[in-house]
Design a protein around this ligand. Structure first.
Ligand SMILES: Nc1nc2c(c(=O)[nH]1)N[C@H]1C(S)=C(S)[C@@H](COP(=O)(O)O)O[C@H]1N2
Ligand SMILES: [Mo]
Length: 528
């Protein structure tokens, strides 16, 4: 192994131990102060809209994992470079580590609601990185060899030393005797990194609100949800009710905010005559209703699965807003999450009598932490990014002209009612089917307007009207099916829906940005 490779590996190992140490410190200072999450969070908030949209499109609900993995790989490459650099100049290597620490500190302290200790994980991580790199480098360099001076430089002489390795660090004619010792050092570092990293994560998990969530007893709704009719589910179609585990998750939070209901408050303020502050106990005393509402993400592509239907338990937002008594002209309700994320809904929509909920329950359970525990909004008929604030702590009455919520400066529309859409779930694109009878089936949605008709077309022929399955309400999606007889060959199916206002979804394909995708979903399959 070449000396420069050893030094690079030492750099990577030092960075890994540093991250592990930072995770442990972050147990005390908050998960978002750990450098990886902090830097990742800054990336999430600052990458240009199109890049992020592409990430959601490519990675879907795994965009967070992709981001963290990408950040870690970049850091590894950087740390490798710092390790190699250390052979030439320990001073420059220290500067490289300091830069890494500074970026971590800057990211951590600028996060929304950053605590006083937010800088600590990155600072301590940087110190650990310097220490570990020094120790490993001392082992990477063979004593008595032409490059031994480097070892001296980084171990005995201390920072700033230069060794003869400066001239010719990668050339290594002699087999290297210290290999075993160095590899052992690397192994110890890797083990340390793994143990501290995992321990940090586990301890952070123990500080999570899991216990508080388990202790929540959901109140009985004064108005229960209409039961799901058996005929709502068509065979071969996505489940009519999405389980909490399978429900799609989209948000900007790399680590879901941990909000203890005991400390939770909702402020209703801004352009109102009666500002209100609601505690968890206050909230539980309010009348609760339970409704099935289908939530959809504006980033959902035609045919995509960023949509789900759940039974939400919550108190009507309308009554709360009526009590706060908005001033004339307050046309926007800005919902603010504990992590600073915002979205804006039209005040008129929240007050028009639809079941806009301040929700605490999802399918009979307290909201999962990833879905907004303890409290979120659910508004039938509006895309999630303009209505469904998770971990909500504020409702601020303002004007659309005066405030742009999180996604608006990033290129998305201020207002975004859900567009009428439909999807073929069976047959799947690329499927092979035997000749003869074939049931085409799928879902369609036009929340709050309701689906009136679904039509299917085979190979560009005449549109055929599908049978609509039963559904709970206009606020949920609706399944449909159409029996067909197919002959051998390659076939293409298309679907389009019409809502109860008579609007048929347009054929023109449009991307999700700025206010929701349009176009007809099509699948191509083969009959043998
Ligand atoms: N606090 C917060 N709430 C948020 C978001 C977010 O990034 N942060 N994303 C919104 C978007 S874009 C959607 S589509 C829905 C998704 O809700 P879900 O993750 O429960 O499916 O949450 C909305 N609420
Ligand atoms: Mo979304």
């Amino acid at each position: 192994m070449k000396l420069s490779v050893r030094a690079g590996l030492a750099g990577v190992a030092a960075a890994a131990v540093a991250l592990g140490a930072a995770e442990v410190v972050a147990v005390a200072t908050g998960p978002l102060s750990a450098p990886l999450l902090a830097v990742g969070g800054v990336v999430v908030d600052t990458v240009p809209g199109p890049v992020k949209n592409a990430a959601v499109a490519v990675f879907g609900v795994h965009d967070k994992t992709a981001l963290i993995t990408g950040t870690a790989l970049l850091l590894a490459a950087y740390a490798y470079g710092v390790g190699v650099l250390a052979l030439r100049s320990w001073r420059w290597a220290l500067a490289g580590i300091a830069l890494f620490g500074a970026i971590g500190v800057a990211a951590a302290v600028t996060r929304h609601d950053a605590g006083p200790g937010a800088a600590l994980p990155a600072l301590i991580g940087a110190a650990v990185a310097a220490l570990v790199l020094r120790l490993l480098l001392a082992q990477a360099v063979e004593p008595g060899s032409a490059t031994a001076g480097v070892a001296g430089a980084v171990s005995a002489d201390g920072p700033g030393g230069h060794g003869p390795g400066d001239e010719d660090v990668t050339d290594e004619p002699q087999p290297w005797a210290g290999r075993r010792r160095f590899l052992r050092g690397l192994g110890i570092a890797a083990a340390l990194a793994a143990v501290t990293g995992v321990a940090g994560r586990l301890l952070t998990g123990r500080r999570a609100v899991t216990a508080a969530r388990n202790a929540v007893v959901l109140p009985t709704p004064v108005s229960p949800a209409r039961p799901v009719p058996a005929a709502a589910q068509v065979r071969g179609v996505t489940p009519y009710v999405s389980t909490n585990e399978d429900f799609y998750r989209i948000d900007t939070a790399l680590y879901p905010p941990q909000v203890d209901p005991a400390a939770w408050q909702l402020r209703v303020h801004g352009m109102v005559r009666n500002p209100i502050t609601l505690t968890w106990a206050d909230l539980l005393r309010r009348p609760m209703i339970e409704r099935y509402v289908t939530l959809a993400c504006v980033s959902n592509e035609v045919g995509g699965d960023l949509i789900g239907n759940a039974r939400w338990l919550g108190t009507p937002v309308k009554a709360l807003l009526d009590e706060a008594d908005p001033l004339p002209g307050a046309d926007q309700v800005v919902q603010r999450s504990v992590d600073g994320w915002t979205c804006g809904s039209p005040t008129a929509v929240l007050r028009d009598g639809r079941d806009a909920l301040l929700a605490i329950g999802m399918n009979g359970r307290p909201l999962p932490v990833e879905h907004g525990f303890p409290v979120r909004l659910v508004v039938p008929g509006l895309y999630g990014y303009v209505s469904a604030c998770k971990w909500v702590v504020e409702l601020e009455l303002t004007r659309f002209a005066d405030f742009d919520a999180y996604w608006v400066p990033r290129g998305w529309a201020q207002q975004a009612p859900i567009k009428t859409q439909s999807r073929i779930d069976t047959p799947r694109d690329g499927a092979k089917r035997p000749a003869g009878p074939l049931v085409v089936a799928g879902v369609a949605w036009a929340q709050h307007r309701g689906i009136a008709k679904v039509e299917v077309q085979l190979d560009g022929g005449a549109w055929q009207v599908a049978t609509l399955a039963d559904t709970v309400s206009a606020d949920t999606w609706r399944q449909w099916f159409l029996p067909w007889t197919v002959t051998p060959g390659r076939h293409t199916l298309r679907v389009r829906a019409t809502d109860t206002t008579g609007g048929t979804q347009p054929s023109t394909p449009a991307p999700p940005e700025p206010d929701g995708a349009t176009g007809w979903h099509s699948v191509t399959f083969t009959v043998e």
